[in-house]
Design a protein around this ligand. Structure first.
Ligand code: HEM
Length: 516
């Protein structure tokens, strides 16, 4: 007699296995959904904000011009409100008063960076720019600030080096002989070389393919870092395993860039003599060696790579975009350009190269550069911050670890401080006698302990590049063309690619420029 096994003890049939699989998946999805929806609830006392879509929150609203969208929301919900980035409840600060209250008066509380999966993946929350508010950040920031001061402003030779780069730059532009060209590549390379001098003690020539490629990948990542895919990755890190999507491009670019930087650090630290540093990399390696026995030391080869990368891109992308916008606006407003030319010709006589000494005699140039920074909002949403402890602002409660967006665009378009903010007018930075006046609600470099550490360097570069360029050329668009001023979106706002003609001015300039 054949034995009969009870059905329940035998292997499941195909249909049963399928049913079990489906039930398990549904149960898992329900658990994930409940978990996600609970993350999407605003904690008690939290600032109000727009209603989120279940699961993805307000991510989709940030697809086009997020800074403009967020400013509009502040008109509905108040200067401090919150949005939901797929379960990441985020506070948005708007307007000068609110941003100053948090970043300056409560500076200590708003100095952290959020532990976003993207930052964790890219720099393990180390390096400098993305580093958590910790001893590691304090040490890295101090080291970078000291090196920048030592290798730039304290050395008079450095100004001469910037002037030399300015000459390489205008000579390269001259090669276009007044014909249309896209200035992006040249401006980027020239500006980046100033940071490269501090970091590596070297400049890269304008035809160095490897360097160009590295900068392009980096620049692409600045755009991708705030793309919908990046925001989704922060909310749902498991999409790392989805083989397509812009986040994959971001990871791929970062890996390539880090390889390049690792190689560059090796090359430029070759021949290093301890305690006689030639550049930032040498300073870092000295410090790392000095602290080898200190268990609390945060200096490492990995953090050196991250810091170098962050300094290069923070220094390049921002100043480059400012100068590209400045060129565009000069061609767009010939009357403003004419006044810039007049001031340059009045102050910088005999065709000598501009120097930083000239700056305080050139209020109009200063006003133009300030208006470009205000109007073009190079870093419109700052760099994401986080609260390092529980905070109270305007009666709201913000728990420790909350992500914070500083809408710097809303400061520069704050109607309380600016008349007709949507009009491009350098005049607003001049008094009735034509003297330059500082304006309070002007925060392109942000505020507080995390404020930009490259501000002084950026100001030097912008002035010297801009005046050297305008001293030699008249900028105009190719006949019959006017480029759009709608920006290309990313962490920074940059102009969409445009062509421009740099026509040599009639002013008599000697072939061999004199340096003072
Ligand atoms: C026009 C040029 C520039 C603009 C508009 C600009 C703007 C900014 C802004 C808005 C921040 C965010 C600060 C915050 O968290 O609130 C920042 C941070 C930073 N910037 Fe700049 N920046 C410029 C040039 C530079 C240069 C030339 C360098 C260095 C070579 C640099 C290095 C940095 C670094 C390292 C940080 C992060 C600081 C930290 O987290 O402690 N920037 N910058």
């Amino acid at each position: 007699m054949g034995s009969i096994k009870p059905a329940s003890l035998g292997p499941p049939s195909g249909a049963q296995a399928l049913l079990a699989g489906v039930s398990l998946t549904v149960a898992l999805l329900v658990i994930l959904l409940v978990r996600q929806l609970s993350k999407q609830r605003r904690p008690p006392g939290f600032p109000p904000g727009p209603s989120p879509i279940p699961v993805i929150g307000n991510i989709m609203s940030l697809a086009t011009e997020p800074h403009v969208f967020l400013k509009k929301q502040s008109e509905i919900h108040g200067k401090i409100f919150s949005i939901d980035l797929g379960g990441i409840m985020t506070v948005v600060l708007n307007g000068y008063d609110c941003i100053r209250e948090c970043l300056y008066h409560q500076g200590e509380v708003f100095t952290d960076r959020p532990s976003l999966p993207l930052f964790q993946k890219m720099t393990k929350m180390g390096g400098l720019l993305n580093c958590k508010y910790s001893k590691a950040w304090v040490d890295h920031r101090k080291l970078a600030c000291n090196s920048f001061r030592y290798f730039s402003s304290s050395q008079r030779m450095f100004e001469k080096k910037i002037s030399e780069e300015c000459m390489f730059f205008v000579d390269a532009i001259d090669e276009h002989k007044g014909k249309p060209f896209n200035p992006k590549h040249l401006v980027t390379n020239a500006v980046s070389n100033i940071t490269n001098l501090i970091i590596f003690g070297q400049r890269f020539t304008y035809d160095d393919r490897n360097f160009q490629h590295m900068i392009e990948l980096f620049s692409e990542n600045v755009e991708l870092a705030v793309s919908g895919w990046a925001l989704l990755y922060n909310a749902f890190p498991w999409i790392e395993y989805v083989p397509f999507g812009k986040h994959q491009k971001l990871f791929h670019n970062a890996a390539e860039v880090y390889d390049f930087l690792q190689q560059a650090i090796k090359t430029f630290s070759h021949g290093r003599v301890p305690h006689i540093p030639r550049h930032y990399v040498d300073v870092y390696l000295d410090e790392m060696e000095l602290k080898t026995k200190d268990p609390r030391s945060c200096y490492s080869h990995e953090n050196l790579i991250y810091s170098v990368g962050e300094l290069i891109i923070a220094g390049t992308e921002t100043t480059t975009n400012t100068l590209r916008w400045a060129m565009l606006y000069m061609a767009l407003y010939p009357n403003i350009q004419e006044r810039v030319h007049q001031e340059i010709d009045r102050v910088i006589t005999n065709g000598r190269a501009p120097t930083l000494q000239d700056k305080h005699k050139m209020p109009y140039v200063e006003a133009v550069l300030h208006e470009v920074l205000r109007f073009c909002n190079i870093v419109p949403l700052g760099i994401f911050r986080a609260t390092s402890q529980d905070a109270k602002v305007n009666g709201y409660t913000i728990p420790k670890g909350t992500m914070v967006i500083t809408n710097l665009y809303s400061v520069h378009f704050d109607e309380k401080y600016w008349n007709d903010p949507s009009v491009f007018s350098p005049q607003r930075f001049l008094d009735s006698n034509g003297n330059f006046v500082r304006r309070e609600a002007f925060l392109p470099f942000s505020l507080g302990r995390r404020q930009c550490l490259g501000e002084q360097l950026a100001r030097m570069e912008m002035f010297l590049f801009f005046t050297t360029l305008l001293q030699r050329f008249h900028l105009q668009f190719p006949p019959g063309t006017v480029p759009t001023v709608t920006p290309k979106l990313g962490m920074t706002l940059q102009p969409k690619p445009y062509s421009i003609c740099a026509v040599r001015r009639q002013q008599k300039l000697p072939r061999n420029t004199v340096y003072h």
